[in-house]
Structures are given as C-alpha cells and as structure tokens.
Design a binder for this molecule. Sequence first.
Ligand code: MCA
Ligand code: AMP
Length: 504
Amino acid sequence: MNSRPLKLRLALPHESVTLLTSERRVDHRQIAAASLRVARALRARGLVRGDRVLWVVRSSVDAALVLAGALRAGLVVVPANAGYQEAELAHVLADSGANLIVVEEPGPVVDAVAGDVPVLTCAALVRAEPDELDCGSAGEVDVNDGLDDSLDDDLALLIYTSGTTGRAKGCGHTWRSLAAGVDALMQRWQVSPGDVVVHALPLFHVHGLCVALLGAWSAGAGTLLLPRFSPEAVIDAVARGGTVLMSVPTMVHRLIQHLDQHPEDAAVLARLRLWTCGSAALPAAQLSAVRDRTGVTILERYGMSETLITLSNPLVGERRPGAVGWPLDGVEVRVVGDELWVRGPMVMKGYWRRPDADRDVFVDDAAGGARWFKTGDVVDVDGDGCVRVVGRASQDILKVGGYKLSAREIEDALAAHEDVAEVAVVGVPDDEWGERVCAVVVARPGRSPTLASLQAAVHLHEAKKPRALLLLPTLPRNAMGKVLKHELKAVAREQSWPTTTTTR
Ligand code: MCA
Ligand code: AMP
C-alpha cells in the first residue's frame, strides 16, 4: 500500500483521501490541484527549496492545503501555535529564519513580529493564481523537484518544542524520518483507505500533524477536521462515520465527564474501530472508565517531537493499562540508568542550527551502529519488553493538556513581576490537565502577589499561565544554589488545590 514515496502520496493522494469539515468536503483530486496551485504560487514568490515557511494555523482545510503545497514545492514547513504571543512567535520566526508567514487570518501578534517577512493568508494562497499574489515576474515554476524522491534527506518539517533551557528548539524532520514515522505507525494500527480519522488535535504539533493528518493522508484514509475539540463535536464526527479517534488524556477526561451526563452517547463512541491516546500519560483509571462505558479499550502510544512515535500498544492483543507498549518496527530501545534511549529511522536529523543541543541528546553507538537519542523520560520495562513511562528526568518540563512547557520560560516571565523576589515553577497533578502550572514564589518584603496578578505578568500562551500559587519564605536550594524542585513538588502536592473547572 505504501510503496509510493510519501511526497507523492501527499501531493497526489489516494482516491479515498478526503478532508472534511462540517461545511466543506475536499476530495483527492481537489487536494492535488490545490497543492499544485499553492506550490506554484510559493515558487513564484521567489521561494526556493529548503526555504522555511512559518505556518501559524488553526485546524482548517485551507491550512492543510497550504501544507501540502509548501511541501510539494520543497519548502520546509515550520508549524507554530496560533495561540502564541509575541515573544514566542518572534523566537520561532527568528530562529527558523522563515522567509514567509502563512496565517489563517491576520492578527496583531503576527503583525507585531513579522517585520520585513511577508504575511499571506491560507485562503489567499489556496484560491489565488500566482499573478494575483503580487508575485512580480513569476519566472519558471518547476514544482517537480519538490516531488523528487531522491531528496529524502531534505528537511520537510521544523517542529519547535520546549526544552529545559527555556527557548524552544526546532526538531528537523526529513522526508525520510517523516515517512518512516508515519508508515511504521499506520502499519501498526492498520489505518487504511476504509478509515476516517476524527481529527480534534491542534495541527501545529507532531500528534495532530504527523500522526493524525499526515498519517491518515499517507495511508489513504479520510480526515474529519474539527476546528476545536469538544466532546459533542467528537461524538458528532463519529456519528458521521469517523472510525479512528486520536486523543490526549485531557480529551479522554472530558469525554468521560460527557458520558456521565449523556450515557446514550456511549453507543456512538462504541462504533470506533480504534481510539488512541498519547502525548501524556493516560491514567489506567481513564482507560477502564472508557472501556466500562463504551467497550472500547484505548490504545496508548508514546512519542516525542524529536522522534515521532516510537512505542505503541498493539492493535491486536493486550493493550496494557498504564503502559505505552512495545517498539514500532525499526525502533530499538535501551534503558540507561532509568532513562529511555531510542533509535530508529523516524528520529529527527537534529535540532535546527543547534549542534550544542544535538550533543546533549545524541549518543554515538560504541559498536558503530546508528546513534541513540536520549529521551529524558524515566521508564520501567516489564519482563516482556513492554515500556511504562514513570516520569521525566528533569523537573523543568511540564505537560499540560498534552502541551510541553518549559518551567524556565515561565519562571523568566514571573521573575519580572514587581512583587516577586524569587520564583520556581513546578507541575502539580491535575485530574483534567495531567499537570497544572504551580508558581512557588518568595514575595518581596511587604508584598503579597496574587495568582491573578502573576497570570497577568505571563505574556505567553494561555496554557503557560500559573494555575496555582504557593507562597514560601525561602526556596529550598542545594549547596550549589540550585532550587530543589523535587522538594518543592512534594510540598506543592500536599496542598489541596481547588479542582479546575473548564467548561468548553
Ligand atoms: C490551561 N487552561 C487551564 C489550565 N491549563 N484552565 C484551568 N486549569 C488549568 N490547569 C486553560 C487556559 O486558561 C486556556 O483557557 C486554555 O485552557 C488553554 O488552551 P487549550 O489548551 O487550547 O485549552 P482547551 O481549548 O480547553 O483545549 C484542551 C485541549 C487542548 C483540547 C486538550 O489543550 C489540546 O488540544 N491539547 C493537545 C496538545 C497536543 O496536541 N500536544 C501534542 C504535542 P481559555 O483560552 O479558555 O482562556 S506532540 C507530543 O506530545 C508527542 C509527539 C506525542 O507523543 O504526541
Ligand atoms: P513533545 O515534546 O511535546 O513532543 O512531548 C514529548 C513528551 O511527551 C515525551 O518525552 C513524554 O514525556 C511525553 N509523552 C508522550 N506520550 C506519552 C505517553 N503515552 N505517556 C507518557 N508520556 C508521554
């Protein structure tokens, strides 16, 4: 099924590939035509193979068509969260050196950071012919080189992810790593042209982009694109024929709450051929709660922006609660100390222009084989090789709703608050979000900062704002002056935080 190069499968899709929303249906022919038009328009603007395009989008058909066209033209797509604020977007723009910004709709954040970099909307690119796009002299447009499968080591995607040091780094995925990643996973899950993937994830991360969208597309499946997640929208999509649902644990939590209110909807979710979950640990209790209500056993898998998906429970056979399963074909794992190391063809080429960061995560194989990638995740391995993620080596990374957050980035923002003498950010457990951002603050003498005023000081994506505040007289530090986050986490966990209520 997947003998055609990925590039061709995306540009000239299988006849079962469709992109559907509640208002729009685009079939494989329309996708092929639109991607060619977009590729030509981008080339006509002077963009050449290897140039980066910052893609600041929500989940829409036009965004997917721009992606297809940019990839077809041999450009490197740089997805960015549409909820980013100025500092976050400015960093990704500058670091990637993007020559064009494509947005769903213009807005003040993009306007503030764009500088000399042109900004186009997805709709303009998808609908207009090159000469309508102020291209000047279009020159020769040869998009065929974007389809040449000899370019497997060219970058296709630069995906920014937070690290322990604060500033996000770009994970460079080549056509080779991307194809290896989507093919191994779609094969494990047997995604086929008979499937329709219910897509409720953001498009700008590996889960929504490489697993759900490109996974479905490359396997010849249809995609039902939901503009944003809600239990009602997911249930409606399954009722309309969705066969595969890909989710993060926060979504599972909200779907369970919904089923408690509307038990009749369990029969709709029961129709799913496959319901997967990942990006953060799925509590075993959630897996049982869904199974009890719908009869569906969620399939959990594990991945990283750097490696794509490397471990998964099986499609057929036991899906082990609280575990992420076994390596995909072509993946090898090692546990060093208690840290998981992986290697396989889906691991990124490297961080964009950060050889220093590459040195921190890649380890050459003493036996002369491929390099290992150090995940930073702490694992246990069952006797039969099934992997369980039990935590992160660093306390400076949080996962909130499946989003990876850097404690350092939030600490830097909070440190600027006038009432704050010292601050440390830790994650505390949260039923809905997995973790919530907790600011542990030593106040300046005579000052008492409130949670609301701290939130207002964090000019970053909403998910990065603190949701809990702990005021302490001092921060525990070791002899080197480093804050002892394990201790802080233990103190923070003992507090009884009010339950988060999100009504969306
Ligand atoms: C955030 N918010 C909170 C909290 N945290 N509210 C109360 N308590 C909290 N602890 C609020 C913010 O105030 C803001 O609210 C909103 O949540 C933040 O936006 P969002 O996360 O979009 O919230 P949502 O609209 O309620 O959506 C929940 C969601 C979403 C659908 C679960 O977070 C989501 O799509 N997550 C998936 C992330 C993902 O795809 N990660 C994959 C990374 P407001 O805006 O209302 O004021 S790739 C990866 O991890 C690897 C490769 C892998 O293995 O997949
Ligand atoms: P990101 O950098 O956003 O791609 O996040 C990758 C991280 O998400 C991994 O290093 C893990 O810590 C976490 N992760 C992904 N899937 C799972 C899972 N199924 N269980 C636990 N953690 C996960």
